[in-house]
Design a protein around this ligand. Sequence first.
Ligand SMILES: [Zn+2]
Length: 511
Amino acid sequence: MSRFYLTTAIDYANGEPHFGHALEKIGADAVARYRRLRGDDVHFLIGMDEHGQKVAQAAQERGIPPQQLVDQLADSFRAVWRRLDISYDQFIRTTDPAHEVGVRALIERIFARRPDDFYERAYEGWYCVGCETFKRDNEIVDGKCVLHPTRTLNWTAERNWFFRLSGYAPFLQRLLRDRPVFLQPESRRNEILGLLEQGLEDIAVSRARLAWGIPFPRPTSDGEQQATWVWFDALPNYLTATGYPAAGFESRWPAQLHIIGKDITRHHCVVWPAMLEAAGLPLPERVWAHGFISLGGERFSKSAGVRLDLGTAIDRYGSDAFRYFLLREIPFDGDGDFSMERFDERYVSELADAFGNLASRVLAMLERYRGGAVPASGEATPLDRAGEATMGRYQETMDALLLHRGAAAAWDLVSEANAFVERQAPWALAKSGDAAALDATLAALARCLARLAVLTGPFVPQAAAALWTALGLSGDPASAQAWTVATAPTLASVATHRIPPLFPKNDPEAK
Ligand SMILES: [Zn+2]
């Protein structure tokens, strides 16, 4: 069994969960479910990033202590992940005492191995609380951070601990050239290679006057105890979650895959590998940067009134439908758009009419014509050949993390199966008494549904499990044994039963 340690970005605890968070968690969950099907020993980590000035400010605005704010937000994120069937194994919070121990141990390890990598420097510049970093002149327009035009920049002068990131540019260039899979998709890798060509600046990794953070392990020379820069606190969560520095952390580390948003590739593909290299620890195998989601063609923005409540969108048709729509509509290697019109369209045509209806029809015909027993016909039909071809395409696209294409592969098989029903017209075969042809048709359709109950699982886990059970299959539809069934389905004489529509066509407005 291969280990598959999968992580998402930890979510910043200064606001409620939104569409961007949901896209990332649903995508990572589909990957986790797919890897379990392939027999991997999956460990799926998600969590919350709870320190920093931004969190402290948000708590102050609400008039509550920061710990109370992050506790409330952790609860509300976990509630959404439960609602969306996110099958995570571990939920880390950077306020966990064990995380703090791990971060401080990692920094001490760098001090011990590469004492010159840390040095003190007096520094002044424009500081953006939104970014939690000092901004260069070319990142400031009209006196504001280009990424946070609604925030005021603060002129900040302090003496901090610095990390000699500049020394890691050659190492990072080699890493990205020798291991192209380290950062995908390709466009993101080119971005970072371009950045490295311009050279790197050292970064301030401690902050004065920040109470809401992990104390930096060493005071500055004037005796001041500073807090650890939020990214030096947040990035190690992937490592501290394995129990680092306690013995045995190597049984999980390094991660096989970090899934993150494209706006934080610099942190994950420059700062994080440099920290690990400095500490002499193995690097993660692969970083995947997904894109952004817009609403009706516009960037989500509270202030501009471009907003849609996440709960409202999920409630429209339930968790499966929402998961399917995001993963099918938004290319996992790029940007995409959410609109209710498009959501309604795909729900009706692809979920209710195509997939749901196929399942209902086939299960009903098995019952009507064969008393719910799948006929023992092993005759390979064109539908079986289409199913085999789908397995190859599905595997290739899911391995490449092109989840939208994996979903398309599975749903193309749904279309093939519906066309097969129309062509074979089982009702006509029943009428004319062609028992052998009817057996062959129904058996092929049952095999196809079994495949679909497995392949659709990463996208619509509830419907897939219901279909699996309706087909009379035993065992776990989300396991390696289910993948064996999808590869070579044998259902002869299995007892099937009818089920309510997988995707009912109620008018969502009438709810
Ligand atoms: Zn900013």
